[in-house]
Write a protein that binds this ligand. Sequence first.
Ligand code: MIG
Length: 825
Amino acid sequence: MDDSELFAETPRSTGRLLDVTTDGPAFDAAYESARLRVETVGRGIARIRLASGPFAPARSWDVLRSQPPVDGAAASLAEGGVRLEAPGMIVELRDEGGRLRVLGPDGAGWLEQADPAAFGRGRLDAFPIVVGKGDVLPAGRDGVLARLKLTLDPDDRLWGFGQRTGGLDRRGRRLTNWTSDTFGIWHHRGSDNLYQAQPVFIAVKPGRAFGAYLHVSHLSRFDAAYTHPDRLAIDAFGGEIDLFLFAGPTPADVVEQLTRLTGRPLLPPHWALGFHQSRWGYDSAQTVLDVVDGFRARGLPLDAVHLDIDYMRGFRCFTWDPQRFPDPAGFVAAVHDRGARVVTIIDPGLKDDPGSGYPPADEALMGARVLRNADGSPFRGYVWPDRALFPDFARAEVRDWWGSLHGDSLVAVGVDGIWNDMNEPSAFDGSFAGGHSHDRPFPLGLEHGDGNERASHLEVRNLYGTLEGRATFEGLRRLRPERRPWVLTRSAGVGSQATCATWMGDNNSWWEHLEMSVPQLLSMGLSGSPHAGADIGGFRENASAELFARWIELGAFYPFMRDHTEQGTRPQEPWAFGPAVEAVARAALELRYRLLPYLVSLAHEAAFSGAPLMRPLGFEFPDEADSLDVEDAFMLGPWLLVAPVIRPRQRWRSVVLPPGRWRDFWSGLPVAAEAAARARPALLEAPLGRPPLLLREGALLPLGNVRASTAAALTELTLMASPAADSRFELVEDDGESVVDVGGPARTQLALSLRGSELTLSVGARSGAFAPSPRTLAVALRLDAAPAAVTLDGTEVQAVWDGERSAATLSWDDDGAAHEVRATL
Ligand code: MIG
């Protein structure tokens, strides 16, 4: 877009560079009509702020975490400019032209400022997705658009950008950061923004990655080589470009740096990693219990059932319908008795009927806790309960109040988790009963915050879901301090990973949306939010039997695994499509439950370093160009490669294999060694119920026994191993429910080495407070042939050779002590 389409007036450029001063690990520059500050704020993290006036004030709701000081970062005046050298990255400003350059530690260019930055009142119609009837830009600096153009390396793939439609590499797209209720048919490539806003990206090419986070909550947009093939333009309202840069050098390092700055991902309770069943339209306690019984009667695993808006009395949040759910506590107890958990939906819109015996509305109005119009009157919009009020989550007092609302009606009843919907926020301009239009009635000038923190909707909208999720998380933590909170949210932003899991909203029962869920969830993890899933089977419209089968097969690898569908669609429980599909669903669910010890370890890794559970191949093989460009397959943690089937009637899949020796998970047999050696695609068989699933060389994969739910004990732990010269994995275990502090979880170091024909697998002594229940520990070595000899702690033992699974297995009662298995191949 050229300037005339973006700005309502001729924009001001920064003008001449007047003065530069250094300040320890930072430098400041004054231009004729702008200021710049470049600063090292943490290990591998630099911040660039550029504004036409004073920098924006800090906000109490901001997600940034303070960082310890960094050694070895210093700014110095150099010939022709100023240079900030920090570990991992260099930022320079050259006197001539006053432009920025970002370089790697080796001096290779990463980003270069293409034009002087520009500032001016923006044009709202340049952001068509945002404009509602009568929307106007707020006055003052809110409405000032800041524009920075950077030149990119032509080889850079651009990953991340949060929740999006489309593919993994988003080069060539324009990406708006604006949370919106964009449902079903709008989940397509032409429609760029969805419910969440994470303005972050990773630029990656073989052997090098760096990242960026645009720390601006106002409406903003990236033009990622869309208008100009080698340029990244950043446009942000609020009058300032505030850009954090992450030095990498690998994608994993970037995600670590991003989540160190904005919060590590939450640690979910174990039940949340199990299978969730949901649908809009489970309209009575009995219906829900019948569904849970359906799982139990068939022996299908289930950990949670979700209650959609059907449970409320007239869509009033924090109430139960007295006819449909006459005894909430009895109902929840009955689900618990069946070994499952209850998650209830909560929308932000509170029914506007003060004085009618609905305390949340009274308290909201009397406490002035809601969003206000410019004249100070409460803002009202229409959602499920009809006319509604919207809490102002930017205020700490309102977040506390909101959290406490979950006490009597939900936590005291025994509800286990909370599902936040409609928090983009979404509302309409007329009653739902009368057929609503899809206007966006939240005026951009609507007021959030209080005191000297009053802020416009243009500034706070993108954070609304993040702040609601935080209020809910903190409320649950206060109300039930002994348990890990679990909150699922539809709208989210950078920072919400610390409090909420998310799902991808209202997809359709289309193959295209099954396919899209892979790059979508990969992008979520790369953007710091790994605990994400897409509705299995698709939300809108009816899934075909085959689509459902393939989707639940794929969903077994989603970090958050939930079957959900819209009111009025055909039944979508795993048995609803007949015995053949039920068998596929059973295989998928059983695999999910076997994978749980691995998923728990990966969730701990994510909580420690940000590393996503679901990873692009290039995350694990960042030096391999071929791996970097795969978007239709992914890694689950370091050890498993998943290549889902994404088309009907397909029984084969071609898979680009990263280097190394890969084995078929099911048979244990080596896969297309020739293809792997030369990074060529392999063609793999993919019958229904058995999608291509490959075990990486060096795998140390912990697997559990199949259970009805995580409420049942883990009685077997199997370490599935595939030989390699050297590899390691940390098995992390905990009780799955309590808040884990440092020293709580149990850790076991696993290591594998191959010297000549001697394979050694060592299981370290378990450390930490958690003690697992009694169980068998098994080692399953995936080998080409039965081993010649096997010893356990130096004593010869008999391993059982299973030719069909190419596995030599031995087991013992787990005593938490160190053990060593040696096999002569
Ligand atoms: O206007 O609560 O994305 O999961 O079933 C639709 C009803 C509101 C949208 C959510 C969907 C949920 C539905 N909600």
